[in-house]
Design a protein around this ligand. Sequence first.
Ligand code: 5GP
Ligand code: ZN
Length: 134
Amino acid sequence: MQDCIFCKIANGEIPAATIYEDEDFRVILDLGPASKGHALILPKAHYADVYEIPEELAGKAFALAARMAKKMTAALRCDGFNILQNNKEIAGQTVFHFHVHLIPRYEGDGVNLTWAQGTLTEEDKKTLLEKLGK
Ligand code: 5GP
Ligand code: ZN
C-alpha cells in the first residue's frame, strides 16, 4: 500500500529499530512507548485490521507474540506483559496497518489499560447469547 508508514517500515524502506524479522513479519520498537521495550509486530503484507488479515497470518502473529513475550521478558526482566491489538478508530487504532502491541509491564510502571467493570445482566446475557451463542 502506497503511503502506509507501516508498509514502508515492515519492508525496510524506512529504517526502524528492529528486534526481530522473518519472511512474514518485522518487530520494531514503538516510537511512543507505553513502557520500556514496547514493541509492535508488523506483517510485511498490508492488511488494515483484524477484519482483513487472513486468519492463518493472524495465528502466526499471535504465535510470534507469545514467543516475543517470553524472549523479551527474559531479556528485560519485566514483571508481566500485555499483548494488545486495536481495530478501528473507536478501539484506539491510529495506524491502519494491522499490528500487535507487545507491552512489557513493570511494577509501578503507571501504564493504564483498565476500564470500569460493568455487569452482565440476565437480559443482556439472553440477547447476547441469541446473537452470539453457538
Ligand atoms: P495503534 O494506536 O494504531 O494501535 O498503535 C499505533 C502505534 O504505532 C502507537 O503506539 C505509536 O506510538 C506507534 N507509531 C506510530 N508511528 C510510528 C512510527 O513511525 N514508527 C514507530 N516505530 N512507531 C510508530
Ligand atoms: Zn500497510
